[in-house]
Design a protein around this ligand. Structure first.
Ligand code: M6R
Length: 587
């Protein structure tokens, strides 16, 4: 939620560079944007409602500076207005700040500083106002430190002050990474924002501050003690984080699944065996995640049951802490997250750790907060996922659960064989004819306002996941159901022509799902069957490979495409759905 970017260094086009960096962070928030620097001894701030992708670099070409900050916003406190856009600044126009997160005690600080001094409705504005107050009595570094010591909530901030040729940043709970170049430093919410300039990074951890001028200095917010950091080299290619030949990241990421599933096979055997043993040794194993990652956890519940004969409980991360009564030091919580920064997941982890339980994470962003706060973390290696709708991360996460559960059964090699087949058959499936056919099917249903999806066993979570995909990129009302639940209520929603997707595998529950599909058809539904085999009940048949228990991995892909085309055909931008952001770092 919200993207922040800062630059200090040898170049004099700092503002342009910040705008370009923010454009790479647009997926984190796109309702308004802004930049700030010091020009001729005064604060220069430009901020406005709109997408950062629409900002024009030439507007900043004549403003020479080697130090600048910027922000692309996903509104939490205060509506989407120019004034509420970041950077926020102090009344004396000496200090400017960009912020990602929520300051929980902002009301109390506003009261203390005098409500009349505030011009925005945001929680953020208290930060530059406090820094400026303290700056009258102490150094910029001390003023920022004293300010952040007073803040409660989760935040990542970057501050500048007139007359101080440095950036100061601090974090608690929201991501912030330092890119270390030659005679220059970058600060960003996510690595791809500065990847074209440097692949060397320092991760800022919770309760840490960093001061960047010609040098870099890390310190603990509470004690002021200096901290030594390890320089980490990131082996992503800048182009892997770009759209390439595709119109949208979402389509690019859907198409990449043949590779991302394959990469799961190359996971280190020792790591997979270690995880399998951790799960076997645990007494009480739980799964948690949010949104799509949560649906992956639900699919994993079936893998644990069907493949490894083990009962594992799932709860959405926002609900998980409520179950803390069941946690013991021998319990294991497995969390799944693409970004590795989701606030609800971090809270679930805190609840588990509070009871002495161990935490295992499966993330796509190595060294993310969730990864670093886990006892053991597995990196899914799907490559950067930029579209808000999660696609390749989800299938790669499911691939890992397939490996883990086959390893628990002592059949890791068989797990690898299944995944190799899934990857190769996904490659075959994602051909231009297949894409055109999905587009044709989508054309037929694009005018409908309601769409239902059914599935059973390991495809029930995929029906739920299919609904999320369609909702978020096309705004069509979509709902997923366990196929057998239809007759207990939802079937009343079906009228003549209602599009219904039936997700089927060649498994022992196939005939049940076919029967439930026939029940839908009898009420007039227009049936889109996703299945390895054709059936007369289907009005449209989307053929998927028969990959046995791995069916969720291939069955979800046509729905990802259908959701994508539905969004495009309805004139929407699938990469940037309204009201959403890629990384949800607020509760
Ligand atoms: O980064 P995470 O995997 O923790 O994110 C969890 C959800 O916010 C995410 O899956 C969300 O539901 C996606 N927009 C779904 O496509």
């Amino acid at each position: 939620m919200c993207g922040i970017f800062g630059y200090v260094g040898k170049r004099d086009n700092g503002l342009e560079l910040v705008v370009k960096g923010l454009q790479k962070l647009e997926y984190r928030g796109y309702d308004s944007w802004g930049v700030a620097t010091e020009l001729s001894g005064e604060l220069f701030i430009k901020k406005q409602v709109g997408k950062i992708s629409e900002a024009k670099l030439e507007d900043f070409a004549d403003k020479k500076t080697g130090l600048a900050i910027g922000h692309t916003r996903w509104a939490t406190h205060g509506g989407v207005t120019d004034i509420n856009a970041h950077p926020h600044f102090s009344s004396d126009k000496k200090v400017a700040v960009v912020h990602n997160g929520i300051i929980e005690n902002y009301e109390e600080i506003r009261e203390e500083l005098g409500r009349g001094n505030f011009i925005s409705d945001t929680d953020t504005e208290v930060i530059p106002q406090l820094i400026s107050k303290y700056l009258k009595e102490m150094s910029f570094k001390e003023a920022v430190q004293k300010t952040v010591q007073r803040l409660s909530g989760r935040y990542a901030i970057v501050a500048i002050a007139v007359g101080e040729n440095l950036l100061i940043a601090a974090r608690r709970g929201s991501p912030l990474i330092v890119g270390v170049g030659e005679e220059e430093y970058f600060l960003a919410s996510d690595i791809p924002a500065f990847l074209e300039y440097t692949q060397n990074v320092n991760y800022l951890d919770d309760n840490e501050m960093v001061i960047l001028d010609g040098n870099v200095e890390f310190l603990n917010i509470d004690t002021g003690t200096a901290i030594k950091k390890r320089l980490v080299n990131i082996d992503w290619k800048a182009e892997s984080a770009d759209k390439g030949e595709y119109d949208h990241y979402m389509l690019k990421e859907i198409m990449e699944q043949k590779d991302s599933i394959l990469r799961a096979i190359n996971q280190n055997t020792d790591d997979i065996m270690h995880i399998a043993q951790m799960i076997k040794d645990s007494r009480g194993c739980f799964l948690s995640g949010c949104g799509t990652a949560g649906k992956v956890c639900m699919a994993a519940e079936y893998f644990f049951s069907i493949i490894a004969g083990r009962h594992v409980n799932y709860a959405p991360a926002s609900e998980f802490p409520i179950f803390h009564h069941f946690l013991k030091p021998e319990s294991l919580l497995i969390v799944v997250s693409q970004s590795g920064e989701t606030a609800d997941v971090l809270e679930a982890m805190e609840a588990a750790k509070g009871k002495g339980a161990k935490v295992l994470s499966i993330v796509n962003v190595e060294s993310s907060t969730i990864a670093r706060q886990s006892d053991f973390s597995l990196h899914i290696k799907a490559g950067p996922e930029k579209a808000v709708a999660s696609t390749k991360a989800a299938t790669a996460q499911m691939a890992l659960f397939l490996l883990i559960t086959t390893a628990m059964k002592g059949e890791l090699q068989e797990g690898r064989r299944i995944l190799a087949e899934v990857a190769s058959r996904t490659n075959d499936m994602l051909n231009p004819r297949f894409l055109n056919y999905i587009k044709e099917v989508t054309q037929k249903i694009k005018g409908h306002d309601n769409l239902y999806i059914i599935g059973k066993a390991e495809n029930y979570p995929m029906a739920l996941e299919a609904a999320i995909k369609i909702q978020e990129v096309s705004y069509v009302h979509a709902e997923g159901f366990a196929a057998g639940e239809l007759k207990h209520g939802p079937i009343a929603l079906i009228t003549e022509g209602t599009p219904c997707i039936s997700m089927i595998a060649n498994d022992e529950v196939k005939s049940d799902v076919i029967n439930n599909t026939i029940e839908l058809k009898a009420r007039g539904a227009h049936i889109i069957g996703i299945s390895p085999d054709k059936h007369e009940v289907f009005d449209e048949w989307i053929k998927v490979p028969d990959v046995g228990v791995a069916s969720p991995l291939v069955n979800i892909i046509p729905v990802q495409l259908l959701a994508y085309y539905l969004g495009v055909l309805r004139g929407l931008d699938p990469d940037m759905p309204r009201n959403l952001a890629k990384s949800v770092t607020v509760k």
